[in-house]
Design a protein around this ligand. Structure first.
Ligand code: AP5
Ligand code: MG
Length: 193
Protein backbone atom coordinates (compact mmCIF):
# COMPACT_ATOMS: atom_id res chain seq x y z
CA UNK A 1 0.00 0.00 0.00
CA UNK A 2 1.33 3.43 -0.90
CA UNK A 3 1.93 5.65 2.12
CA UNK A 4 -0.44 8.46 3.09
CA UNK A 5 1.53 11.24 4.65
CA UNK A 6 1.28 14.80 5.93
CA UNK A 7 4.16 17.25 6.27
CA UNK A 8 3.76 20.02 8.85
CA UNK A 9 6.20 22.81 9.61
CA UNK A 10 6.53 26.57 9.79
CA UNK A 11 6.82 28.72 6.66
CA UNK A 12 10.19 28.15 5.05
CA UNK A 13 10.85 24.88 6.88
CA UNK A 14 11.40 23.21 3.52
CA UNK A 15 8.06 21.41 3.23
CA UNK A 16 7.74 21.96 -0.50
CA UNK A 17 11.41 21.30 -1.20
CA UNK A 18 11.33 17.97 0.62
CA UNK A 19 7.81 17.01 -0.49
CA UNK A 20 8.87 17.21 -4.14
CA UNK A 21 11.66 14.65 -3.67
CA UNK A 22 9.87 12.35 -1.24
CA UNK A 23 6.67 12.13 -3.28
CA UNK A 24 8.68 11.28 -6.38
CA UNK A 25 10.75 8.64 -4.53
CA UNK A 26 7.66 7.01 -3.08
CA UNK A 27 5.54 7.35 -6.22
CA UNK A 28 2.78 9.21 -4.41
CA UNK A 29 0.84 12.40 -5.18
CA UNK A 30 2.13 15.68 -3.74
CA UNK A 31 -0.76 17.88 -2.66
CA UNK A 32 0.23 21.43 -1.67
CA UNK A 33 -2.79 23.55 -0.79
CA UNK A 34 -0.58 26.66 -0.98
CA UNK A 35 0.48 25.80 -4.55
CA UNK A 36 -3.14 25.09 -5.54
CA UNK A 37 -4.25 28.44 -4.10
CA UNK A 38 -1.42 30.29 -5.88
CA UNK A 39 -2.58 28.79 -9.19
CA UNK A 40 -6.16 29.81 -8.48
CA UNK A 41 -5.19 33.38 -7.60
CA UNK A 42 -2.97 33.69 -10.67
CA UNK A 43 -5.90 32.64 -12.88
CA UNK A 44 -7.82 35.81 -12.01
CA UNK A 45 -11.01 33.78 -11.47
CA UNK A 46 -13.70 35.00 -9.08
CA UNK A 47 -12.59 32.46 -6.51
CA UNK A 48 -9.00 33.61 -6.95
CA UNK A 49 -9.98 37.21 -6.37
CA UNK A 50 -11.78 36.25 -3.17
CA UNK A 51 -8.73 34.65 -1.61
CA UNK A 52 -5.83 36.63 -3.05
CA UNK A 53 -5.83 39.18 -0.25
CA UNK A 54 -5.87 36.50 2.45
CA UNK A 55 -2.86 34.77 0.94
CA UNK A 56 -0.92 37.95 0.31
CA UNK A 57 -1.49 38.98 3.94
CA UNK A 58 -0.42 35.58 5.23
CA UNK A 59 -3.86 34.77 6.63
CA UNK A 60 -5.52 31.40 6.26
CA UNK A 61 -8.06 30.65 3.56
CA UNK A 62 -11.40 29.54 5.13
CA UNK A 63 -11.51 25.91 6.21
CA UNK A 64 -14.62 25.07 4.16
CA UNK A 65 -12.96 26.05 0.88
CA UNK A 66 -9.63 24.45 1.78
CA UNK A 67 -11.30 21.18 2.78
CA UNK A 68 -13.19 21.09 -0.50
CA UNK A 69 -9.98 21.55 -2.49
CA UNK A 70 -8.39 18.60 -0.70
CA UNK A 71 -11.47 16.39 -1.04
CA UNK A 72 -11.41 16.99 -4.81
CA UNK A 73 -7.73 16.03 -4.96
CA UNK A 74 -8.34 12.84 -2.97
CA UNK A 75 -11.08 11.91 -5.41
CA UNK A 76 -8.67 12.43 -8.31
CA UNK A 77 -6.08 10.20 -6.67
CA UNK A 78 -8.56 7.42 -5.91
CA UNK A 79 -8.72 5.12 -2.91
CA UNK A 80 -5.67 3.03 -3.88
CA UNK A 81 -3.29 5.97 -4.19
CA UNK A 82 -0.78 7.35 -1.74
CA UNK A 83 -0.22 11.04 -1.09
CA UNK A 84 1.84 13.61 0.73
CA UNK A 85 -0.20 16.55 1.98
CA UNK A 86 1.97 19.68 2.24
CA UNK A 87 0.48 22.60 4.19
CA UNK A 88 -2.76 20.80 5.03
CA UNK A 89 -4.25 20.31 7.57
CA UNK A 90 -3.41 23.64 9.17
CA UNK A 91 -6.18 24.09 11.73
CA UNK A 92 -7.87 21.74 14.18
CA UNK A 93 -11.06 22.01 12.11
CA UNK A 94 -9.08 20.82 9.07
CA UNK A 95 -7.79 17.83 11.07
CA UNK A 96 -11.41 16.85 11.79
CA UNK A 97 -12.40 17.37 8.17
CA UNK A 98 -9.47 15.27 6.95
CA UNK A 99 -10.35 12.51 9.41
CA UNK A 100 -13.87 12.44 7.99
CA UNK A 101 -12.68 12.56 4.35
CA UNK A 102 -10.27 9.69 4.86
CA UNK A 103 -12.68 7.51 6.78
CA UNK A 104 -15.39 8.05 4.12
CA UNK A 105 -12.88 6.76 1.57
CA UNK A 106 -11.62 3.89 3.75
CA UNK A 107 -8.18 5.50 4.04
CA UNK A 108 -5.89 6.23 6.99
CA UNK A 109 -2.84 8.41 7.56
CA UNK A 110 0.42 6.54 8.03
CA UNK A 111 2.59 9.35 9.37
CA UNK A 112 2.77 13.08 10.00
CA UNK A 113 6.24 14.49 9.37
CA UNK A 114 7.04 17.44 11.64
CA UNK A 115 9.75 19.43 9.85
CA UNK A 116 11.30 21.89 12.28
CA UNK A 117 13.38 25.01 11.94
CA UNK A 118 13.75 27.77 14.51
CA UNK A 119 11.88 31.02 13.87
CA UNK A 120 15.10 33.00 13.46
CA UNK A 121 16.17 30.86 10.48
CA UNK A 122 12.90 31.41 8.62
CA UNK A 123 13.04 35.06 7.62
CA UNK A 124 16.47 34.78 6.00
CA UNK A 125 15.46 31.72 3.98
CA UNK A 126 12.26 33.27 2.71
CA UNK A 127 13.77 36.67 1.89
CA UNK A 128 16.33 34.78 -0.17
CA UNK A 129 13.50 32.97 -1.96
CA UNK A 130 11.83 36.35 -2.59
CA UNK A 131 14.80 37.26 -4.78
CA UNK A 132 14.17 34.21 -6.97
CA UNK A 133 10.41 33.68 -6.89
CA UNK A 134 7.54 36.08 -7.00
CA UNK A 135 5.53 35.19 -3.91
CA UNK A 136 3.60 38.19 -2.62
CA UNK A 137 3.66 36.75 0.92
CA UNK A 138 7.47 36.71 1.11
CA UNK A 139 7.95 40.17 2.60
CA UNK A 140 9.43 40.44 6.07
CA UNK A 141 6.21 41.73 7.64
CA UNK A 142 4.05 39.03 6.08
CA UNK A 143 6.60 36.30 6.85
CA UNK A 144 6.50 37.30 10.54
CA UNK A 145 2.72 37.17 10.48
CA UNK A 146 2.77 33.72 8.83
CA UNK A 147 5.06 32.50 11.62
CA UNK A 148 2.54 33.76 14.22
CA UNK A 149 -0.34 32.10 12.39
CA UNK A 150 1.67 28.87 12.35
CA UNK A 151 2.25 28.94 16.10
CA UNK A 152 -1.35 29.93 16.90
CA UNK A 153 -3.33 27.77 14.49
CA UNK A 154 -1.14 24.98 13.16
CA UNK A 155 1.39 23.91 15.80
CA UNK A 156 -1.45 22.60 18.08
CA UNK A 157 -2.17 19.92 15.45
CA UNK A 158 1.08 18.24 16.37
CA UNK A 159 -0.27 17.43 19.86
CA UNK A 160 -3.34 15.81 18.32
CA UNK A 161 -1.31 13.68 15.92
CA UNK A 162 1.30 13.06 18.61
CA UNK A 163 -1.35 11.48 20.85
CA UNK A 164 -2.22 9.20 17.95
CA UNK A 165 1.45 8.17 17.71
CA UNK A 166 1.73 9.42 14.13
CA UNK A 167 4.36 12.17 14.39
CA UNK A 168 7.83 11.71 12.89
CA UNK A 169 10.08 14.62 13.91
CA UNK A 170 12.74 15.79 11.47
CA UNK A 171 15.29 18.56 11.99
CA UNK A 172 15.07 20.89 8.97
CA UNK A 173 18.45 22.55 9.51
CA UNK A 174 21.28 21.41 7.26
CA UNK A 175 21.67 21.15 3.51
CA UNK A 176 18.64 20.13 1.45
CA UNK A 177 20.31 16.76 0.83
CA UNK A 178 21.07 16.21 4.54
CA UNK A 179 17.48 16.97 5.49
CA UNK A 180 16.22 14.68 2.74
CA UNK A 181 18.29 11.74 3.99
CA UNK A 182 17.19 12.38 7.56
CA UNK A 183 13.55 12.54 6.49
CA UNK A 184 13.63 9.38 4.37
CA UNK A 185 15.39 7.41 7.09
CA UNK A 186 12.98 8.62 9.82
CA UNK A 187 10.03 7.73 7.59
CA UNK A 188 11.40 4.27 6.85
CA UNK A 189 11.76 3.60 10.58
CA UNK A 190 8.26 4.83 11.22
CA UNK A 191 6.60 2.96 8.35
CA UNK A 192 8.54 -0.15 9.26
CA UNK A 193 10.27 -0.65 5.90
P1 AP5 B 1 2.08 27.53 1.78
O1 AP5 B 1 2.35 27.59 0.35
O2 AP5 B 1 1.81 26.22 2.41
O3 AP5 B 1 3.25 28.30 2.51
P2 AP5 B 1 3.99 28.15 3.91
O4 AP5 B 1 3.45 27.13 4.83
O5 AP5 B 1 4.08 29.53 4.45
O6 AP5 B 1 5.35 27.56 3.56
P3 AP5 B 1 6.33 27.90 2.37
O7 AP5 B 1 5.78 27.30 1.13
O8 AP5 B 1 6.67 29.34 2.38
O9 AP5 B 1 7.62 27.13 2.89
P4 AP5 B 1 8.02 25.61 2.76
O10 AP5 B 1 8.05 25.00 4.11
O11 AP5 B 1 7.28 24.91 1.68
O12 AP5 B 1 9.53 25.81 2.34
P5 AP5 B 1 10.23 25.68 0.89
O13 AP5 B 1 10.50 24.27 0.61
O14 AP5 B 1 9.51 26.50 -0.09
O15 AP5 B 1 0.83 28.47 2.10
C1 AP5 B 1 0.76 29.76 1.58
C2 AP5 B 1 -0.56 30.40 1.94
O16 AP5 B 1 -1.64 29.66 1.33
C3 AP5 B 1 -0.91 30.41 3.43
O17 AP5 B 1 -0.32 31.51 4.10
C4 AP5 B 1 -2.43 30.51 3.37
O18 AP5 B 1 -2.84 31.82 3.03
C5 AP5 B 1 -2.77 29.60 2.20
N1 AP5 B 1 -2.95 28.21 2.63
C6 AP5 B 1 -2.19 27.14 2.25
N2 AP5 B 1 -2.64 26.02 2.83
C7 AP5 B 1 -3.70 26.38 3.60
C8 AP5 B 1 -4.54 25.66 4.48
N3 AP5 B 1 -4.40 24.33 4.67
N4 AP5 B 1 -5.54 26.33 5.13
C9 AP5 B 1 -5.71 27.66 4.92
N5 AP5 B 1 -4.91 28.42 4.12
C10 AP5 B 1 -3.91 27.77 3.46
O19 AP5 B 1 11.63 26.37 1.26
C11 AP5 B 1 11.69 27.76 1.52
C12 AP5 B 1 12.99 28.32 0.92
O20 AP5 B 1 14.09 27.76 1.61
C13 AP5 B 1 13.18 27.95 -0.56
O21 AP5 B 1 13.82 29.01 -1.21
C14 AP5 B 1 14.10 26.72 -0.50
O22 AP5 B 1 14.90 26.60 -1.65
C15 AP5 B 1 14.93 27.03 0.73
N6 AP5 B 1 15.34 25.82 1.44
C16 AP5 B 1 14.62 24.68 1.60
N7 AP5 B 1 15.32 23.78 2.33
C17 AP5 B 1 16.49 24.39 2.65
C18 AP5 B 1 17.63 23.98 3.39
N8 AP5 B 1 17.70 22.75 3.97
N9 AP5 B 1 18.65 24.85 3.53
C19 AP5 B 1 18.58 26.09 2.97
N10 AP5 B 1 17.54 26.53 2.24
C20 AP5 B 1 16.50 25.69 2.09
MG1 MG C 1 5.68 25.41 0.41
Amino acid sequence: MKPRLVIVGPPGAGKGTQAAGVSEDLGIAWISTGAIFREVTASGSELGNQIVQLINNGDLVPDSLTNQVVANKLDEIGTDGGFLLDGYPRTLAQVEALDAMLSERGMELDAVVELNIPDDAIVGRLLKRAELEDRQDDTEEVIRHRIEVYHDSTAPLLDVYGKRGKVVKVDGIGTIEEVRERLISALKDSLGE
